[in-house]
Structures are given as structure tokens and as C-alpha cells.
Design a protein around this ligand. Structure first.
Ligand SMILES: [Zn+2]
Length: 264
């Protein structure tokens, strides 16, 4: 599932191919990825110039000369430059001199055109790479939720998902079920730092390719090789050797070291 570092990587690899170019032709085929009137979506995009492309949480936000084209990759979505059509191609977008191909095996992705930034995007929390330590600590203090579901909540911070939350909590030695407003200020600072360092490092490794995530050039990331706890249930903790455990928290598999991350 693409999270912040993976979406950031797709954005960076796409930018040189899309910015400043005009959409000449578009077609959409999936009633799941593009619910509603697909011909209307195609005509809203056709003729529009892509001014720039940015990441907004886990969304790709194409800022057009009129309106926005929003893309969410869901579980298995891939946005590729110049790739061939496959049975999983659900969007085909021709720019001046190249084609953008959207492939999505499971079709949990989503795309739409909007004249304005939709309210559900404006309601998302701050970007974890932009928030400063004091604001982060203040936001934690205001919540009585447990850390794992809180950090996954896109209204709290936009862009984190299961992998990087588990890894950040391990780095900061915080148990996933600790209550946010009882985390001491010093540890809130460590969690903030862990999140930012982890995301920056993961972006440098072009993200984590657990299943089929690839960037816009079709290349896999390699940060999965540096995971300390995620997907390592039963393996020794890299810090203390205790076996990594997995539990389910609000339906999400959660990996942690019972010794380094005491419940207290
Ligand atoms: Zn440990």
C-alpha cells in the first residue's frame, strides 16, 4: 500500500514528464477507480495544461490551468510513463509527447477532477514532514486516543500508514497502545523526530516495495530491507534480540518489540 514515501517517489519521478504539458486525450474504464460519468471526467481533463504536480497526504494532486486532477493509488495502483496497455489498465492519458498509464489490479485506487480542492482533502491533518516538534506535541496532548490508530488517522496527520507508524513507534520506543495525551513531552519530541527521519530515509530509498508498488518508471523501492519491525514477527529485535510480536489494533497488523516498547 503506497504511503507518504511511495507517493512522494511517484510524484518526483513523474514531475519531469508531466509538468508544463497538456492533456490531449483521456479515457477511463473502471467503475471502481472512476465512479460516475467517465466521459465527463475525460472531457474535464482534455485540453487542460498540468501546471504542477504535488503530493497531498497520500494523494497525487495535479494542479491544472483550471481545477485539479486527484489520484489516489489505493492498494495496487501504478501511474506509469510510457508503459504498454495491460488488462489492468484503467486510465490512459495522452500528453503532448508521451502517455500516462494507470494500472490497478485490485481497483481500490481513485481519481477525479475537481474545480476546487475538495473538503475531504482540506480536512486532512498537517503533513508529517512539515509539522514542527512543538505543534506535533500539542496535537498529541489534545488526544486521548491510542498512538497506533491516532497516527493512522489522516485527520491527525496526512500521509502515514501502517508500515511507517510501526517503524516510527519502534524508533521512539513507544508501545502502539500508549495513550497520546500521556506521552511525556520528551518522548513526543522523539516520536516527531523518528517520523521525520524515517520518512526522509524512506524517500531516499524510493519507498518500500512490499507487494507490487513501483515508481513512475516501473522501479521498485528498497526501504523494505531496512524495516526493523514491520513484517518481522518472530524475528529478533535488531536492538535487544527479543522476538518481535504482532497484534491487531483496530484491524491493522501491528508489529512491535515488547521489551523496547513497554506498555507501562
Ligand atoms: Zn527490542
Amino acid at each position: 500500500v503506497p504511503e507518504l514515501p511511495e507517493v512522494e517517489t511517484v510524484v518526483r519521478t513523474l514531475q519531469p514528464s508531466v509538468e508544463g504539458r497538456t492533456i490531449r486525450y483521456a479515457e477511463f474504464h473502471s467503475p471502481h477507480v472512476t465512479p460516475g460519468d467517465r466521459a465527463a471526467l475525460a472531457s474535464s481533463l482534455t485540453g487542460r495544461r498540468i501546471e504542477n504536480l504535488v503530493r497531498y497526504g497520500k494523494y497525487l494532486l495535479f494542479q491544472l490551468d483550471y481545477g485539479y486532477w486527484l489520484v489516489h493509488l489505493g492498494m495496487t495502483g501504478k501511474l506509469l510513463v510510457g508503459a504498454p496497455r495491460t488488462p489492468h489498465t484503467h486510465a490512459w492519458i495522452e500528453l503532448d509527447d508521451r502517455v500516462l498509464v494507470y494500472d490497478d489490479v485490485r481497483q481500490f485506487g481513485h481519481m477525479e477532477w475537481a474545480a476546487e480542492l475538495p473538503p475531504r482533502l482540506r480536512k486532512l491533518g498537517p503533513d508529517p514532514l512539515e509539522i514542527d516538534a512543538d505543534s506535533f506535541a500539542r496535537r498529541l496532548r489534545a488526544r486521548r486516543s491510542r498512538l497506533k490508530p491516532l497516527l493512522l488517522n489522516q485527520a491527525f496527520l496526512r500521509g502515514l500508514g501502517n508500515i511507517y507508524v510501526d517503524e516510527a513507534l519502534f524508533q521512539a520506543r513507544l508501545h502502539p497502545l500508549r495513550v497520546a495525551n500521556r506521552v511525556p513531552r520528551r518522548q513526543a519530541g522523539e516520536l516527531h523526530q523518528a517520523i521525520q527521519e524515517l520518512l526522509a530515509l524512506a524517500i531516499r530509498y524510493k519507498g518500500s516495495s512490499i507487494s507490487d508498488y513501483v515508481d513512475a518508471a516501473g522501479e521498485r523501492g528498497s526501504f523494505q530491507e531496512l524495516h526493523q519491525v514491520y513484517g518481522r514477527e518472530g524475528a529478533p529485535c535488531p536492538r535487544c534480540g527479543t522476538l518481535i510480536r504482532r497484534m491487531v489494533v483496530t484491524q491493522r497488523g501491528t508489529h512491535y518489540c515488547p521489551r523496547c516498547q513497554p506498555r507501562r
